[in-house]
Design a protein around this ligand. Structure first.
Ligand SMILES: Cc1ncc(COP(=O)(O)OP(=O)(O)O)c(N)n1
Ligand SMILES: Cc1ncsc1CCOP(=O)(O)O
Ligand SMILES: [Mg+2]
Length: 211
């Protein structure tokens, strides 16, 4: 049973976002300290390429999430999500078509990335989508092909039009998270803020202060 506030502090991480040897420890520390959702995102320079290694690594991450009762979401890869019977999948506008994802993965958490009010309006046509990941809100170094930032004002306009909960993504850090207050987001989604934090407990606590 997925908790109603599962989007509150949403951690995304793959092996390239931390030292490979630290990947599972990073995830477990984050889960222990209050991350409410996790997305396995294995892409970008230096990420794993072998489907077998990707599957095995994702499976270990999934088991950790199960221990902490936190949803395990797969980024982009519908086949992997199906094979693992993940709790959900997150896709973007240029990934597998949302209609196909909805059809192939019924009764699961389905996240869709949106960058504009127009994309939100077209996403609203699909009631099966669970949440929208909206951003980048600020500039990010974690995604080389990211769209330009929309900033908190753009985020607020998207939230106002969204028929589903919105998580803010992109460049969200401890020192700017307060700017999300009043935007109406259901949660924040981060890679580097948590992956690179020395004191993960403190950072996760501070990230929750957008509310
Ligand atoms: C929660 C969340 N929101 C947005 C994204 C970005 O998805 P996408 O645009 O498909 O880009 P990639 O992450 O696949 O590079 C996300 N992953 N998660
Ligand atoms: C996956 C993704 N989608 C839009 S921005 C982004 C990267 C978020 O990483 P960070 O929290 O380090 O900016
Ligand atoms: Mg994608």
């Amino acid at each position: 049973m997925v908790k109603s506030n599962y989007l509150e502090t949403y951690f995304i991480c793959g092996t390239r976002d931390v030292d490979m040897d630290d990947f599972l420890l990073t995830l477990e520390t984050s889960l222990k300290n209050g991350v409410t959702c996790y997305q396995f995102r294995e892409k970008g320079p230096g990420s794993l390429t072998s489907p077998t290694y990707i599957y095995k690594t994702a499976q270990l991450a999934q088991r950790l999430c199960q221990q902490y009762d936190v949803p395990f979401i797969v980024n982009d890869d519908l086949e992997l999500a199906l094979k693992l019977n993940a709790d959900g999948i997150h896709v973007g506008q240029s990934d597998t078509a949302i209609k196909e994802v909805i059809q192939a993965f019924p009764n699961k958490i389905i996240g869709l990335s949106c960058h504009s009010v127009a994309e939100i309006k077209s996403a609203n046509e699909h009631p099966e989508i669970s949440y929208y990941g909206v951003g980048p809100v600020f500039s990010t170094t974690s995604k080389s092909d990211a769209e330009p930032p929309i900033y908190p004002d753009g985020l607020k306009e998207c939230v106002a039009q969204a028929s589903k909960p919105v998580v803010a993504i992109g460049g969200v850090q401890v020192d700017n998270v307060a700017q999300l207050k009043g935007t109406g987001v259901a949660g924040v989604s981060v890679i580097s803020a948590i992956a690179r934090a020395k004191d993960k407990q403190q950072v996760i606590k501070q990230l929750k202060s957008y509310q």
